[in-house]
Design a protein around this ligand. Structure first.
Ligand code: TRP
Length: 336
């Protein structure tokens, strides 16, 4: 008896903006790498999406390298995962043009990012479309092309991106309906945000927009300094503390072993441990996990040619897949 397994495909894109933090590590990178063990994975750097907001070439280039080095340092295996830059796969842009012909303008008028920009303008008494470029307006079409070109079954995304995956579904259905053929696979969004809520320095969800992040690859000394900045209540050393109320404990649990967690829980409740000591303990477990990652990150950053070669290789594999989908579609459309 012979079984043929066809693995399902997981695909996601990451925008190269700013540097990676602990929230990205637990909320996006680690879950994506876990998914890559069970699925055919295609992960890419959405550099054309970033161009909408980043117009400084050096800054964008650095951000792209930072994201690539970060994912590789955490453990993305380019032999297993097709890892590429969106900009290196021209088929994506060709597909985006085809998809635009099937996308109602009204669908894009309702997309959150555009709607929010319009609303801000209206509130400020400005022209509705002030500061809105076409890249922002057509963002969901490009994202649909990213997804549909690679026959993705599941698309892990943050909650704010679910609507974009739904738009990709709508566009794919319009294409399939028109040509009466299942040319494009209908993708499903997989919301990652419930998996781990990582608290930031102030106890709210760690997020760049709250300015409360702990960078993933800062030096040991800088990491320790960040941890010392975590906001605490005014309980004294001797007072028993409720671990459930403390973001220091929540962060500790993300990095500690089961035994360490139980032990620390007891120490909080017993009293006799001040916040300073709790922070030192947090630093110890965090640095234990992050220092090898930091070393790998720095090694990748110092060898941009090596990284570029990995991404070039990934783009080649991606283009081989992409050209098949595109050829089918062009031929169905009568332009093949
Ligand atoms: N828009 C996504 C974000 O801002 C990034 C992205 C671009 C993406 N293309 C994608 C995510 C395709 C999933 C699939 O986070």
């Amino acid at each position: 008896m012979c079984y043929i397994f066809t693995m399902k495909t997981v695909l996601t894109g990451v925008k190269p903006t700013g540097s990676l933090h602990i929230g990205n590590y637990f909320g996006a990178i680690k879950p994506a790498l876990t998914l890559a063990e069970k699925y055919e994975a295609r992960y890419f750097i959405a550099d054309y999406h970033a161009l909408n907001t980043m117009k400084d070439a050096a800054e964008l280039k650095n951000a792209i390298r930072g994201i690539a080095a970060g994912w590789l340092a955490v453990g993305l295996d380019p032999e297993k995962v097709v890892f590429y830059r969106q900009s290196a796969v021209p088929e994506i842009f060709e597909l985006a043009t085809i998809l635009a012909a099937f996308t109602a303008k009204g669908l894009l008028n309702r997309a959150h990012a555009y709607k929010a920009a319009v609303q801000r303008n209206v509130e400020h008494g400005d022209d509705e479309d002030a500061g809105v470029n076409m890249g922002l307006f057509t963002y969901p079409i490009l994202m649909a092309a990213d997804i549909l070109l690679f026959n993705a079954d599941v698309v892990p995304v943050g909650r704010d991106q679910v609507q974009h995956v739904e738009i990709a579904q709508d566009i794919a259905k319009a294409v399939n309906f028109n040509y009466k053929k299942n040319l494009l696979k209908i993708p499903e969004a997989l919301t990652l945000e419930n998996s781990e809520v990582v608290p930031g320095l102030d106890g709210r969800k760690m997020s760049k927009s709250y300015d409360n992040t702990i960078p993933l690859f800062s030096s040991g000394a800088a990491l320790r300094k960040q941890i010392m900045r975590i906001v605490t209540n005014s309980q004294g050393v001797d007072e028993p503390k409720n671990p459930g109320d403390s973001q220091i404990f929540t962060l500790y649990c993300l990095f500690a072993s089961e035994t360490e967690r139980l032990e620390m829980d007891k120490r909080y409740r017993a009293g006799g441990m001040g916040w300073g000591e709790a922070k030192e303990e947090l630093f110890r477990v965090m640095n234990r996990e992050l220092s090898p990652l930091r070393e790998r990150f720095n090694a990748f950053i110092s060898e941009p040619d090596h990284m570029d070669a990995i991404l070039r290789d990934g783009a080649e594999k991606a283009r081989a897949i992409a050209s098949r989908t595109l050829a089918g579609l062009r031929s169905a459309a009568g332009i093949g």
